[in-house]
Design a protein around this ligand. Structure first.
Ligand code: GLU
Length: 486
């Protein structure tokens, strides 16, 4: 009897201890999202595979979203792990899964319809939704003009949401949504006349215009909107607050602007005519010289696409090009440069390309150590065009203005001053057509971007590669040594 009651008391005692322990465990704080990211040591990000967000080129992963979110991971001191969603519905669905990605960085418009599925960060880019039509067709100018047209948008996109709202006012409006396509496909379909219209964001058009020379903006579909990163909806704001602080810092320290400049700053450079011409020359002329570009690139350890981009800027890939000032050949070498680089016949394309490659590497070596990549490549191009002395003058003026002489973004603002007496009279090398290297670099960067995109391995056999912009012979397996642009 006694033993039994002691046993019962002990049991009750243990049970209460266990109860208290369970209670304590239950009350222990769940780690916040930020703490989980830090303890995992990895930031898991979901995105879309597209030129404006994330793609692989021969140097590895790239794209505006990728670059920005990579910096965020660096700031947090963790690894970045990217996954891609097949479509927007899938992207938002995985964001809400218990062990889903920590955030989505996918060129997403912050829209009311998405608030149940996501929480948005501070904005990092403003875009305008635009109706796109094919050149030569009648141009729609207002929402009513969409009626009766074959209109296709991305399923689950902000544009599908906008169209659903418009349909409430215009019940006759008909449109389709597809989760099997990306923005590049929509543009290709308009370009080829498979659909009449699409609705996409202005940044997507800016990025892709050059591959689709027939597409045009019909009209802006409403006001500018914000692109933002997204996390799962919920109370936990720990990661979101870090994202906001990072975007704020990137805005203040200029790194966001530099990224915008790199990806979008030069997208309008070519214009419609230039885009069309480049696409044509890519097919008709480049294949004749591609081998020479690749060979010289390998010899001098530079990226062949950059050499090809220089060649296009210089001569539109024409080996007999000649200027009034006596500059000649595919890489437009002066007689002096040609001789110094061992070129005996400037009109021989193989020799010209080899001389150009040798020269750009030489010019780059002369630059001050303080200029780091990727700016170093842009400075080398500027020096190739205007000469190292003038570039040095512009760097000095840049510094005197309180700007950074090692940043291309700053020096390119100042270079045009070398054509104004008020400024060049104060410099060592005097007058120069300082605006020219700015155009030169901007164009080459644009051509280089396009070449990078059309030669990326994952496009092989894809719709873009099959489209009329496919460059025969270009989409081959790359030699492994092509790593840095220069
Ligand atoms: N920004 C769009 C969205 O948030 C996706 C890309 C596009 O359709 O232009 O849905």
């Amino acid at each position: 009897m006694f033993a039994q009651s002691v046993f019962r008391t002990r049991c009750a005692c243990w049970l209460s201890v266990i109860g208290i322990l369970l209670l304590l465990v239950g009350c222990a704080e769940e780690p916040s999202t930020l703490e989980r990211v830090q303890s995992e040591g990895t930031l898991r990000v979901i995105t879309r595979n597209s030129p404006a967000t994330y793609f692989q080129d021969r140097n590895g992963e790239t794209g505006f979203e990728y670059e920005l979110v990579n910096r965020f991971a660096d700031d947090l001191g963790v690894e970045l792990q990217i996954e891609t969603a097949d479509n927007l519905d899938e992207l938002f669905a995985s964001l809400s899964k218990p062990n889903g990605p920590h955030l989505a960085a996918a060129g997403l418009v912050e829209s009311d319809g998405r608030l149940p599925y996501a929480r948005f960060s501070a904005p990092y880019l403003q875009v305008t939704p635009q109706v796109i039509y094919r050149n030569g067709q009648q141009r729609p100018t207002r929402p009513e003009d969409l009626i009766g047209k074959r209109l296709l948008v991305l399923k689950g996109s902000s544009h599908a949401e906008q169209l659903a709202t418009l349909k409430l006012q215009l019940p006759e409006l008909a449109y389709e949504e597809s989760s099997a396509v990306e923005v590049v496909d929509l543009l290709r379909m308009v370009d080829e006349g498979q659909i009449d219209l699409t609705l996409i964001d202005s940044n997507e058009l800016a990025m892709n215009q050059v591959y689709f020379p027939n597409v045009r903006v019909a009209f802006d579909f409403g006001d500018a909107q914000n692109l933002a990163w997204a996390t799962a909806p919920g109370e936990d704001l720990s990661l979101l607050n870090e994202m906001d602080a990072f975007i704020q810092r990137a805005q203040t320290n200029g790194s966001l602007q530099r990224l915008k400049d790199r990806y979008y700053g030069h997208v309008d450079v070519l214009g419609y005519v230039g885009a069309y011409t480049f696409a044509k020359h890519l097919q008709q002329r480049l294949p004749r010289y591609e081998k020479h570009f690749r060979e010289s690139a390998q010899t001098h350890q530079v990226d062949w696409r950059l050499l090809a981009a220089i060649g296009y800027q210089e001569s539109l890939w024409q080996p007999t090009a000649t200027s009034k000032t006596g500059v000649r050949g595919l890489m437009m070498l002066t007689l002096r440069t040609a001789q110094a680089m061992g070129v005996s016949d400037r009109l021989n394309p193989k020799q010209s390309i080899e001389g150009g490659a040798k020269y750009i590497v030489h010019v780059k070596k002369q630059l001050p150590e303080s200029i780091q990549e990727p700016d170093r490549t842009w400075f080398a191009l500027a020096a190739y065009n205007v000469g190292g002395g003038h570039l040095e003058d512009a760097r000095k003026l840049t510094e005197a203005e309180g700007l950074d002489p090692n940043k291309w973004l700053d020096v390119q603002k100042i270079l045009p001053r070398l054509a104004q007496k008020q400024w060049y009279s104060k410099t060592r090398y005097g007058y120069a057509r300082g605006g020219e290297p700015v155009h030169f670099v901007r164009n080459i960067r644009r051509y280089y971007d396009i070449l990078t995109w059309v030669t990326q391995p994952q496009l092989e056999g894809s719709q873009i590669a099959d489209s009329n912009l496919h460059v025969p012979g270009v989409n081959k397996t790359p030699p492994p040594e092509e790593l840095s642009p220069l």
